[in-house]
Every structure is written in structure tokens, then in C-alpha cells.
Design a protein. Structure first.
Length: 79
């Protein structure tokens, strides 16, 4: 399996976790944060989350990361 396929699968899994209403909000937020590890492919998933998430806190978090990625900001999860 090539690296692109693995990255695509990871993005899809993280997107699904972020939208899983059976999970705790903190888990869902961490999934959104983890998407920033794949900035080139994460924008579409983050935009999807911002449209489909039922909680405003998740929508806002996804929208913030989309703006940061599109502006070229360096995202660091340890900050």
C-alpha cells in the first residue's frame, strides 16, 4: 500500500471519528487536531466536518484550521 493511500485512509478515519456522536467531545476535538498532520489533504475533510458537525465547538475548530491551512500558517499541535 502506498503512502498516499495510507494518508487518505487516516484522514477518512479521523473525519469519521470527529463526526461520531457516540464519542466524547474531547475525542472528537483531538481527531480534528490530528487532521492538521495532513494539511495537503485535510482541508476537504475539515470543511466537511464544519458543515456536518452537530456541535458548534467542533464546527468552529474545523473552520479555524481550514483558515490557518489556507493562509499557509504552520500548525503545531504542541503549541
Amino acid at each position: 500500500m502506498c503512502q498516499i493511500d495510507r494518508n487518505s485512509i487516516a484522514v477518512e478515519v479521523l473525519r469519521d471519528i470527529a463526526l461520531d456522536e457516540g464519542r466524547m467531545v474531547a475525542e472528537r476535538q483531538r481527531a480534528i487536531d490530528a487532521l492538521t498532520l495532513f494539511p495537503a489533504t485535510a482541508v476537504a475533510a475539515l470543511e466537511y466536518i464544519s458543515r456536518k458537525a452537530g456541535l458548534d465547538v467542533l464546527k468552529e475548530r474545523a473552520e479555524l484550521y481550514v483558515k490557518r491551512i489556507k493562509s499557509g500558517a504552520v500548525l503545531n499541535m504542541s503549541a
